[in-house]
Write a new protein. Sequence first.
Length: 352
Amino acid sequence: MTDTLTKLAYQTFQQGKSYFGVAHKTLSTQLGQLAVGKRDHETFPLSPDVIERIYTSLNQVIETDWNDAKKGIYPIETLFDNPWADFFQYYPLVWFDLPKIWDRIRHKQYQSFDATIDLNDYPKYYRQNFHHQTDGYLSDLSANLYDVQVDILFNGAADAMRRRILAPLKQGLSHFADVPPSQIRVLDVATGTGRTLRFLRSMLPKAALFGTDLSPAYLRKANQLLSQLPGELPQLCQANAEDLPYRDEQFHGVSCVFTFHELPGPARQNVIDQCFRVLKPGGTFVICDSIQNDDDPQLNPLLHNFQKTFHEPYHRSYSEDDMTARLEGAGFVETSIQLHFMSKYWVAHKPA
C-alpha cells in the first residue's frame, strides 16, 4: 500500500511538472512569435500521432525511473529531489530574460556575451549562446536559470533522463566488487550545475566523486548545490573535457550527460579519447545525450523543430554521427544503446 501511494505521489509530481512545462512553452512561444515576428525557417506542425508518441515515451521514462528506484538502484527519495528553492527564486527571471533572448533571435546574434566576460581561454566552438542562452554558459545568471529552463524544455523529465545513466553505471561498477566502496572513483565530465553528481551521490554514498566543467560560473553553482548534501563533497575542477587533468586509469566509472550534441565532431572524438584514457581497465563509460535521426522516426519532426528553433550549431552533425564507431575507435568494447524519451544512451566498457 505504501509503495502504491508513493508511486502515485511520484506520478502526480511528474505530471504536474509536465503540465507546467507545456503551459510555459505554449505561452512563451506565442509571445515570442509576437516579439520576433516571422522567422526564416520552417518548422513542422506536430500531428496528434506525434503528440501521443511524445506522451507515451514520457510516461515510459517515468515508469522506468520508478522501477529503478524500486529495485534499489538508488533511493526512492531521489525521485523527489527537485531544486524548489531555485525554482521559486529563478523562475520569474526566466520570464525577465526572454526579451533579451528574443532580441538576439531577431538580430541573429549567436555569439553575444557581456563585456566583462573574457572569452580568450575558451575554444571557439564554446563561445556560443547555446539555445539562445544569455551569456552562453559563462555567467552566474545562466547557471542559475539552466536547470529550470532544461526541465521546462523536457516537460519536467530532465532528471528522470539523467538518472538513466545510474543503472548501467552501477552494473558496470560491479566489475570492481573487490574494491571498497570508499575507494571507488567516478568522474562526471561537463557536470554543469552538478545535477548528475547529486544523483551519483545518492547511488554511491561512499564513493569519491569528481566533476569537471569549462564554465567557472556553472562550477560555482554546482559547488553551491552539492555542498547541501551530506558526506564527502565531490571534487570539482575547471577543465576542458578535451584535455582532462587526471592521470591515466584513475576512474572506475565515467559519465557525460547532455554534452556531445554541443561539440563539433573532432571535439567529440577528443572527449571520448580522454574518457577512455582516464578510465581503468574494466571500467564503464556512460553517455546520455539527445536522440539522433531515425532513432524514433515518429519523433523526427521534433528533432527538426529543435534544430530550427534553438541555436544548436552542432546538433545536426551530432544527430547523424556514428557515436558507436567513435567509441570503438577510442578502444571501447561491448557498446550498447538505450533510448529513453528524448535521450539516447551509450554504455561502453574499457577492456579489462
